[in-house]
Design a protein around this ligand. Structure first.
Ligand SMILES: *[C@@H]1O[C@H](CO)[C@@H](O)[C@H](O)[C@H]1NC(C)=O
Length: 115
């Protein structure tokens, strides 16, 4: 059991990106409005990532790439929510790269996008 616990601790600390914005009460406006994605990083995190806007609560679930090769050391980046995207319970995922959208490094809380 001890070795399993050690492995789990390593797995968590190896990918410690954490999304601070958007979060649960956040509301984005779609179209031309500039919105901010912010995160915290530790030295063991990958240098860069891709930002994906997802909604797991619609059928079929949606995922749209908002930015690729984002430099993790920046701490925040401006993005634009695609026109016509609106609804509740959207999330922003930080993923490995545009070819691996399911390799999730961190996930935001659920937030709303309005017109
Ligand atoms: C992005 O990060 C990966 C993994 O850390 C690294 O191998 C790659 O060189 C980086 N690419 C750029 C353009 O920074």
């Amino acid at each position: 059991m001890r070795s399993v616990a050690a492995l789990l601790t390593f797995a968590v600390s190896a990918f410690a990106y954490s999304v601070t914005e958007p979060s649960n009460p956040t509301v984005w406006t779609n179209g031309d409005s500039t919105e901010v994605v912010s995160w915290t990083k530790v030295v063991t995190d990958p240098a860069n990532f891709t930002i994906v806007l997802v909604n797991q609560h619609v059928d079929p679930p949606t995922q749209q790439v908002l930015a690729t090769l984002v430099d993790g050391s920046m701490g925040s980046v401006a993005v634009i929510a695609p026109r016509a995207v609106a609804g509740q319970r959207y999330q922003v995922n930080l993923v490995q790269d545009a070819q691996h959208l399911d390799s999730i490094l961190a996930q935001s809380g659920e937030f709303t996008i309005t017109n």
